[in-house]
Design a protein around this ligand. Structure first.
Ligand code: PEP
Ligand code: MG
Length: 320
């Protein structure tokens, strides 16, 4: 028993029947790396690069970005994976150097990847410099560096991002350029998106829940609806998971949902093969996965997805 408990605290994530589920950390910069390493994370599943620059009036230089990214990359060994999210600008995370314009409904407005395609490409140079800096920092790093774009709705946006990334020397053909699935549109068309050059998808359950429930995640009055256990959210995750299986491309989850040990098992049952979360949550999620087979996770997912409410879904997953 002591040995089993100890093994659950370290080592790669896997179900009790041996299916690998990478356990990764969500970070905002090098300051978060020690807790990720202490939790024995297998790398980073979400590097929120915009957190580095929330106070910057001017765009960060190429050199400053190379250093900031290398500080993170160099902390991880060969065999680890670091997934860098390109700048996720929006009204909730304003970047002074990425102008967005005035909007009545910012959550539904110009944000994420849209910010760099809008306004006739006015902000595109900022994204291009970031991609070049990631490429430069990745060049001499031990871990695998993957790059993904936030708030992608459809294949045209995904292909636009792949074009830009390929032009900046990133490994599109090798499957290391991907997208976040954060809207019902991208979840439901994930098969088409992954049928193109997009190499992987990471599901952002915070935004996916907000857009599925039509409830602003910043607004306390509708906070009750921001629950990723809602069966509508689970069905969308299942659609993306099925698209991953059909195309043979990896699907992960990097929203807060992955930090809930019971829900983490459901996510694996829906097709996720990597889970990224706050480092403090990794040990419990590792232990929950180690206690269940994939078939059990799938049965939990089926019960939860068939429920009528978030509350019933959680109860159904826990039963049996
Ligand atoms: C998400 O939306 O689930 C996500 C991981 O991105 P963020 O929380 O930074 O919007
Ligand atoms: Mg998001």
């Amino acid at each position: 028993c002591a040995a089993a408990a100890a093994s659950a605290r370290t080592g790669p994530g896997r179900t009790s029947d041996g299916t690998a589920v990478k356990l990764l950390a969500n970070i905002g910069g090098a300051a978060d790396v020690p807790s990720a390493l202490a939790a024995d994370a297998e790398g980073v599943g979400l590097f929120r690069t915009e957190f580095l620059y929330l106070d910057s009036e001017a765009p960060p230089t190429f050199e400053a970005q190379v250093k900031a990214y290398k500080d993170v990359f160099d902390a991880f060994p060969a065999g680890a994976r670091v997934v860098v999210r390109t700048l996720d600008a929006g009204a909730d995370k304003p970047l002074p150097f990425v102008p967005l314009g005035e909007e009545p409904n910012p959550a539904l407005g110009v944000r994420g990847l849209r910010a760099f395609r809008a306004f006739d490409g006015r902000n595109e140079a900022v994204l291009r410099t970031q991609l070049l800096a990631i490429r430069e920092a990745a060049g001499t790093s031990a871990p695998e560096i993957w790059v993904m774009a936030p708030m992608v709705d459809e294949i045209t946006e995904a292909e636009w991002f792949c074009d830009l990334a390929a032009g900046c020397g990133l490994d599109v053909a090798g499957g290391r350029v991907g997208i976040m699935v954060e809207t019902p549109a991208s979840a439901l068309t994930a098969g088409a998106i992954l049928g193109g050059r997009t190499g992987f998808a990471s599901i952002g359950t915070n935004d996916l829940t907000q857009y599925t429930m039509a409830a602003d995640r910043m607004l306390g009055a509708v906070g009750r609806l921001q629950d990723p256990w809602h069966p509508a959210v689970l069905k969308l995750i299942g659609a993306a998971g099925a698209a991953g299986e059909a195309t043979g491309k990896p699907i992960g989850v990097c929203g807060e949902a992955a930090a809930d040990p019971l829900l983490a098992c459901v996510l694996v049952g829906l097709g996720a093969r990597s889970l990224s979360m706050a480092p403090s949550a990794i040990a419990e999620v590792r232990a929950a996965l180690a206690a269940r087979t994939v078939a059990e996770c799938m049965a939990m997912a089926a019960r939860a997805s068939g429920a009528a409410t978030a509350r019933e879904a959680r109860r159904a997953a826990a039963a049996g």
